[in-house]
Design a protein around this ligand. Structure first.
Ligand code: A3P
Ligand code: MG
Ligand code: MG
Length: 382
């Protein structure tokens, strides 16, 4: 049903297309053809400062250092400067795309790019076959052969995210506090002023983002996303990137299975930006760090396969299969290109200008067609 979207480069008349996950049979089937995924290469990076203003520099980049043992992740909670949740807009990513596809910094041809999106959106696409809880909606626009994907949040969803229960809010903070304990502003830790290991109070306005190029099958992607820190000096390559995560301590088989399912999101989130290492801080329910464990991103699927061989009673062989996810995403994008194409190709040059205009002057285009994609999780589909 047509609807009007608001305030984003991706705005205009909404057409809906609804997605259900693969039929269940696909979950037992390994796709016959594996879809290759190219190692992501950084194109540019940028920072958001404490006002959440985008700057094309690395001022917000943080460096890794090990956290102090038994760190208390509730520390500094009352000083948390929390960025309010809002519409997840693609504006700042488009500015980065402009920089790398035009002018003196030109590194690639926009005409070759099949998909532009934030990493979070692509993670949702890739993990959809195993998602049985959370549905999502996405705005899609096709301009000169490039699909622009953007998460769609309703006003209610935004309000809910800004009014989460204190208990949940505290748990969210633990994740950021772990980041503070694990990072410093200096690439050489000897410069640290705070011997306690605390990296400074949490301000979630501040972020460092990497924008990479990669390829799924024969579709080229430009993907942007936050990188938590670098292990030593950043040299413009992904090999020093580290993703930081927290998780509850594992107390038994049920916890372990839950954690292994969680690794699916950790894996793809990191994989998409080429982040080779994930450091997980395990914590107690009340936020005390107990242990940290580091995972090589690319080894996670094999690690789970090898573990599953040694399990005696199990319901399924491995909790998830990354090839299935890549195949699903590839099929989804193929379908999307076929579906969205007729309608958006009426006057591509004009639409292109509309987006450009929005990026440059903050105007809302009026002539573009936006498709709304809804994903209904397995549970809801039953
Ligand atoms: P943890 O993941 O350690 O719990 P990221 O891990 O993506 O760098 O995000 C940092 C922290 O932001 C997370 O720490 C979590 O607290 C919070 N966060 C990220 N995505 C979230 C989501 N979808 N819902 C709630 N909190 C989220
Ligand atoms: Mg992060
Ligand atoms: Mg993280």
């Amino acid at each position: 049903t047509p609807d009007s979207a608001t305030a984003s480069p991706i705005s205009g008349i909404i057409k809906s297309v609804q997605f259900l996950p693969y039929p269940n049979v696909a979950f037992q089937t390994v796709p016959s053809k594996s879809i290759p995924f190219q190692q992501p290469m950084p194109l540019t990076s940028f920072s958001y400062d404490s006002q959440h203003t985008q700057e094309f520099n690395d001022s917000a980049l943080r460096y890794y250092r090990p956290p102090p043992p038994n760190a208390q992740l509730g520390y500094g909670y009352e000083h948390w400067i929390r960025r309010p949740e809002e519409r997840s807009r693609v504006d700042s990513l488009l500015k980065a795309v402009d920089r790398v596809t035009e002018g003196q910094h030109k590194k690639m041809n926009l005409a070759e790019v099949g998909v532009v999106a934030w990493r979070g959106v692509v993670t949702r696409l890739l993990t959809a076959p195993y998602e049985d809880r959370e549905g999502w909606e996405m705005n899609v626009m096709l301009i000169n052969g490039t699909l622009y994907l953007e998460e769609h949040r309703t006003e209610t969803q935004i309000m809910e995210k800004n009014n989460i229960k204190p208990q949940h809010r505290k748990m969210m903070y633990y994740g950021y506090a772990f980041e503070s304990y694990c990072t410093t502003e200096h690439s050489r830790p000897s410069h640290d002023s705070d011997a306690s290991g605390w990296g400074g109070h949490v301000d979630t306005n501040i972020q460092w983002c990497s924008v990479v190029r990669t390829k799924l099958g024969d579709t080229k992607f430009i993907i942007g996303g936050e990188v938590d820190c670098s292990n030593g000096q950043y040299k413009g390559t992904t090999d020093t990137f580290i993703e930081l995560k927290t998780s509850m301590v594992i107390r038994g088989a049920a916890d372990e299975e839950k954690f292994e399912r969680k690794l699916l999101k950790f894996y793809f989130q990191s994989f998409l930006l080429g982040v080779p290492k994930i450091i997980v801080g395990f914590r107690t329910p009340s936020g005390q760090l107990t242990t940290t464990q580091s995972f090589q991103t690319m080894q996670i699927p094999r690690m789970l396969r090898e573990k599953s061989v040694h399990k005696t009673h199990k319901t399924n062989a491995t909790p998830w299969n990354p090839s299935l996810c890549l195949a699903w995403c590839h099929q989804f994008l193929t379908y999307l290109k076929q579906t969205v194409v007729q309608d958006s190709d009426d006057d591509p040059s004009h639409q292109k200008d509309s987006v450009k205009e929005e990026v440059n002057r903050g105007h809302s285009p009026t002539s573009t067609t936006v498709w709304r994609v809804s994903f209904v999780p397995r549970e809801g589909a039953r």
